[in-house]
Write a protein that binds this ligand. Structure first.
Ligand SMILES: [Cu+2]
Length: 440
């Protein structure tokens, strides 16, 4: 089939990625490698001598892909949101070269790291802001181990909103009591899509402020992000039965989030990067994390399955802040070989009897109405978003993907080939937001 419509069609492997999260994602791979590296160090009991660690962070405009088909203008360190995760060991001398390629001054604050005042990154208090084109080198000894982070401290509301933040992990010098099988970092944030660099520079105005839009309330947030991504673009957590993994949560955003794991509780092992004393390790299934806070969670792999991990504020969950914890062994047991067949198997089929003759589908949060339609070949189908949330219409077999259908907008596709097209919303599949177009 072809999607002539509005020319916004993208063929993508999104369905496969979403339903087959066993695909080795880069972050998972990195986490595995890091975990392996630490395991060797701990077994060897040979503490490395403190060393000099140098990094360069270039702050510059960057294209920020929040989801396939949804790319926004941002400001980023080294081209990614979040910026690169920096890892050093306790006692290392850390030297970070900041180069400012932004059109505005900037600095970097090392959040939670006990640096000397001159290295704290607060303009007017500890240093002059670094002008456009300028450079500044931060230097400090990483004294206090744990989950830390870094972010701009100039015009923070704009510069953090546009993406200038990242995780900073200081590994303890002494071996830790537990060596984790895998380790993950999730940085939480929110995004108002109309807050562009142009708005930050005063060259444009954001949309008129109303009494909230149902998503971010007065703050008018559209999407709620983990590691700069929304919905199924977020790399899921991976575990295997019998493993113990560590998840570092960092809240780089403006709002409190209530992160909830299905299927098992977790243990809070560190607060703001500092180890929780034995008697204060909360066993919880939901942790409330405020702006600037960090929690390290230990998850024991004792209940195989694919479990949701999401913010429990429904408007956050419905607009991006939702991913999964996947037991790799459970996935392999359930889905041995044919990925494509798995996709079909995992998508429940709406009853064919519900098919209606229609070429207009209304999107109301969070469902397609009607969910099943029947049209002749050559029909142009219109999806109109009458809800408050962001949605997509994405074919399971990759034949079409409308990209983002913003609230109050519509998207059209023309169906030139007969067939049964099953599709879903990339934000809301786990909530059952599915549709079928029967073309005959
Ligand atoms: Cu939230």
């Amino acid at each position: 089939m072809s999607g002539s419509g509005l020319g916004r069609t993208h063929v993508s492997g999104t369905a496969r990625r979403l339903l087959l999260p066993s695909a080795v994602l880069l972050t998972s791979l990195v986490a595995v490698l890091l975990a392996a590296g630490r395991g060797q160090a701990a077994q060897g009991h040979v503490p490395e001598a403190p060393s000099v660690r140098e990094f360069t962070l270039t702050a510059a405009p960057a294209a920020w892909e929040i989801q396939p088909g949804l790319v926004v203008d941002g400001w980023a360190y080294n081209g990614t949101v979040p910026g690169p995760e920096l890892r050093v060991s306790e006692g290392d001398l850390v030297r970070i070269h900041l180069h400012n390629d932004l059109p505005v001054p900037t600095t970097i604050h090392w959040h939670g790291i006990d640096v000397p005042l001159q290295q704290d990154g607060v303009p007017g208090l500890s240093q002059d802001a670094v002008p456009p084109g300028g450079d500044f080198t931060y230097e400090f000894v990483a004294t206090n181990p744990g989950t830390r982070w870094y972010h701009s401290h100039v015009d923070s509301n704009a510069q953090l909103e546009l993406g200038l933040y990242g995780a900073f992990i200081v590994e303890p010098r002494a071996p830790e009591p537990v060596v984790y099988d895998r380790e993950f970092t999730y940085v939480l944030d929110e995004r108002a899509l109309d807050f562009t660099p142009e708005v930050a520079l005063g060259g444009a105005r954001p949309r008129a402020t109303e009494a909230g839009n149902g998503r971010g309330g007065l703050l008018q947030y559209d999407l709620f992000l983990i590691n700069g991504k929304a919905g199924d673009a977020i790399p899921p957590l991976h575990i295997a039965t019998g493993e113990r993994i560590r998840l570092r949560l960092v809240n780089a955003g403006n709002l409190v989030h209530a992160m909830h794991l299905h299927g098992q509780s977790f243990t809070v092992i560190a607060t703001d990067g500092n180890p929780a004393p034995e008697g204060q390790r909360w066993l919880k299934d939901t942790v409330l994390i405020g702006p600037g806070e960090r929690y390290d969670l230990e998850i024991d792999g004792a209940n195989p399955g694919i479990w949701m991990f999401h913010c429990h504020m429904p408007n956050h969950q419905d607009n991006g802040m939702m991913t999964t914890l996947i037991y790799d062994d459970a996935l392999q047991a359930q889905q041995p070989s044919d990925h494509h067949a798995d996709v079909s198997h995992a998508a429940p089929s709406p009853p064919p009897a519900a098919a209606q003759s229609a070429d207009a589908i209304r999107i109301v949060d969070n469902r397609f109405e009607p969910a099943v339609i029947s049209v002749p070949v050559g029909t142009t189908v219109t999806w109109s978003n009458a809800g408050l949330n962001q949605h997509t219409a994405t074919a399971f077999d990759g034949t079409f993907d409308t990209g983002d259908i913003a609230p109050g907008t519509a998207t059209q596709l023309t169906f030139d080939q007969p067939g049964t097209y099953r599709y879903y919303c990339r934000q809301h599949l786990l909530g059952g937001m599915l549709g079928v177009i029967q073309v005959s």
